[in-house]
Design a protein around this ligand. Structure first.
Ligand SMILES: [Zn+2]
Length: 470
């Protein structure tokens, strides 16, 4: 049993810092590692920790950090970091440094509950409130703390790490932590923040991005370009986007599942122009229009439907095709990667749809231009299942009229195409519809665009009407 009341020095801190899975302490650890140029917590030396504390204290003593950031967004009235406005006279780098290092040598009470974050040490004797650790209670008014004790059960080491978090965090209109597993990935994602702090001596503003998910997708693409596919197996990311101040405490948690992560990170490796086109179609039109004179602002400020659908687990398949110009927005390779990675279609299923599409092409390409265009329009406009079925029957009739040997497909194939692509029939056939259109546009774009001007005009009128209805 440890001696009670013995003050430990920094040399004695043991065991060293570890990843805990908690975004705030892990972000602090990221700051320690990146500032020390180390990759793993057990590579950190006491000197590294001391240097990082020194670096942090110099910044934290400045008004821009203390009042403008730490007090305003993360740790209101912090005593440890002396961000409490009443402490402004006494605030010096030396005092802050002393407070931080004292945390690492605080005595431990073996009777105190175990730390809820790391589970390795006993929680601090002094109650931990939201001025020291974001998003826990205040202590000033009745608050619910899990063990019925006053304050959160957090040990002094975890508390220390949380004090280092401001260095690694991104400052948007709230604070952004990109918590990633494996942790090497988290280092990648926060390297920019530390580099910015070193350069500007201010918190990183994430290149002025206004939307955390846009910033993440941008970075994910950049990081993905350098990565091998295997590196991301099992990886996941959660964005913690929060504010913790005297006005309120809010947090949005955005989880990016592995398939989405892999797809977005690697899409550019499959077809970078195609992926850029797909993303560009997703921008909120009103916002993109407003920022037309400053196009570089669009990706920072506007909502993107492709991103949101991916995060909400909805299909973005229809973005792979452009029914207005009847062309594909990407290569089949990227489409196939999306289908296997995100939609979970296997290679055989995809090849099967491709074969059916090729037989449709083989049939309709023998039709005159206008008729060909109309026929494909039937497929484009199929919003109900019976309309989709009707399209295949029309093609089958075309085959007979044109004297093309062999049926379009067997009864079994037909049943498979309608039901085999997802449990929800409504999702299932629409997936197939978009895949068919992709292949048809790919093969027949030039001829489809030769459709008569009257037909095109007639369509425009109808489309305007549809938009007006919304
Ligand atoms: Zn702890």
């Amino acid at each position: 049993m440890k001696e009670i009341g013995k003050v430990r020095t920094i040399e004695e801190y043991s065991p060293p810092f570890v990843w805990t899975g908690h975004p705030f302490t892990d972000a602090g650890l990221v700051a320690l590692l990146l500032l020390s140029g180390k990759g793993k917590p057990d590579e950190l030396t006491e000197k590294d920790v001391e240097n990082a504390v020194e670096f942090a204290s110099k910044l934290y003593a400045r008004k821009e950090w203390s009042y403008g950031y730490i007090h305003a967004m993360m740790l209101p009235n912090s005593g440890i970091l002396m961000a409490n406005p009443s402490m402004s006279k006494k605030r010096t780098p030396e005092e802050i440094k002393k407070n931080l290092l004292t945390l690492l040598s605080e005595e431990e009470d073996p009777n105190a509950p175990v730390c809820e974050i790391c589970g390795r040490k006993h929680s601090r004797l002094k109650p931990v409130y939201r001025s020291d650790f974001p998003l826990v209670g205040t202590g000033g008014v009745p608050n619910y703390f899990p063990s019925g004790r006053d304050g959160a059960n957090i040990c002094s080491h975890c508390l220390f790490l949380a004090q280092m978090m401001p260095l690694a965090a991104y400052r948007l209109s709230r604070v952004l932590i990109i918590h990633a597993y494996p942790y090497e990935l988290m280092l990648e994602f926060h390297k920019e923040a530390i580099d910015d702090v070193k350069k500007s001596e201010l918190a990183s503003v994430a290149r002025d991005f206004k939307r955390p998910e846009n910033f993440l997708f941008k970075k994910l693409g950049e990081i993905g370009r350098k990565l091998e596919a295997g590196k991301l197996s099992g990886a996941s990311i959660t964005l913690y986007y929060f504010v913790n101040n005297n006005q309120g405490q809010e947090i949005d948690v955005i989880y990016i599942p592995n398939p989405i992560l892999r797809f977005v990170a690697l899409a550019s490796q499959y077809d970078s122009a195609g992926w850029a086109r797909i993303v560009s179609m997703g921008w909120n039109r009103g916002c993109a229009k407003r920022l037309a004179k400053k196009p570089e602002e669009i990706e920072k400020s506007c909502q993107n439907d492709v991103y949101h659908r991916l995060l909400d687990g909805e299909s973005v398949l229809h973005y792979f095709i452009d029914p207005h110009s009847r062309r594909t927005n990407s290569s089949w390779r990227l489409l196939s990667f999306y289908c296997s990675e995100v939609l979970g279609l296997d290679e055989n299923a995809l090849e099967f749809v491709k074969r059916v599409a090729d037989r449709i092409v083989e049939t309709v390409e023998k039709l005159p231009d206008n008729k060909l265009s109309r026929r494909i329009r039937e497929l484009e406009r199929a919003e109900k299942l019976y309309q989709f079925e009707g399209f295949f029957i029309r093609i089958e009739k075309d085959r007979q009229e044109l004297g093309i040997p062999g049926a379009l497909m067997s009864f079994d194939d037909f049943a498979r195409i309608l039901t085999n692509y997802g449990e929800d029939l409504n999702v299932s056939w629409k997936t197939v519809k978009n895949l068919l259109l992709f292949r048809i546009y790919e093969k027949l774009h030039d001829r489809l665009m030769k459709a008569s001007p009257e037909e095109a005009e007639e369509e425009e009128v109808e489309e305007e009407f549809e938009e007006g209805e919304e």
